[in-house]
Ligand binder design. Structure first.
Ligand code: ADP
Length: 164
């Protein structure tokens, strides 16, 4: 049983995240998309909203060979991975700028939990500049993010902004 976790903030879900999830499906029997409940950040969406956005997209991306689930977690990623008996942590790499941070995290996680490997997957070129933060910044200033986040995520962002 090859079980992996894909941890992140997913605030909000982007097509870049979806690209990495789709690429990881053939590699594992089970993937837990792990939504980090990060108390230090000021998120646009609550953890519950982020999880339900991910749940809404599942039917579109699921395949019969890999079981995809969504959970929220707080604390150390390595602890969560161990508790779920995962053997891998999936992370996406967009550009060289991601590498340094990701390398540090992977080495720290390996020190904390030597049995768990971090698996890096390269982003699709068309999403290599897409990050949740950039999507939020552009959207809040009235720019278009069409094609970079799922359509219903864009609608949820619009709803959020109109309530501000
Ligand atoms: P975090 O807050 O931990 O960076 P994110 O939600 O921003 O979490 O990202 C989760 C994972 O998805 C990270 O490994 C990140 O590198 C990856 N990721 C985010 N956006 C993209 C993208 N456009 N292409 C590929 N990977 C991405």
């Amino acid at each position: 049983m090859r079980r992996a976790i894909f941890p992140g903030s997913f605030d909000p879900l982007t097509n870049g995240h979806l690209d990495i999830i789709k690429r990881s499906l053939p590699l594992f029997d089970e993937i837990i998309i792990a939504v980090l409940n990060n108390v230090d950040k000021h998120p646009m969406f609550s953890v519950r909203e982020r999880c339900s956005m991910l749940k809404a997209i599942l039917p579109e991306i699921s395949n019969s060979k890999c079981c995809l689930t969504i959970e929220s977690f707080s604390g150390l990623t390595a602890d969560f991975a161990r508790e779920r008996e995962a053997t891998a942590i999936v992370r996406g790499i967009r550009a060289v700028s991601d590498y340094e941070y990701e390398l540090r995290m992977a080495l720290m996680n390996r020190r904390l939990e030597p049995a768990i490997e971090t698996v890096f997957l390269m982003a699709a070129e068309e999403y290599s500049y897409v990050s949740s933060n950039l999507m939020k910044q552009v959207f809040e200033l009235g720019g278009r993010v069409e094609g970079l986040v799922p359509q219903f995520v864009e609608e949820k962002m619009r709803e959020k902004l109109s309530k501000k």
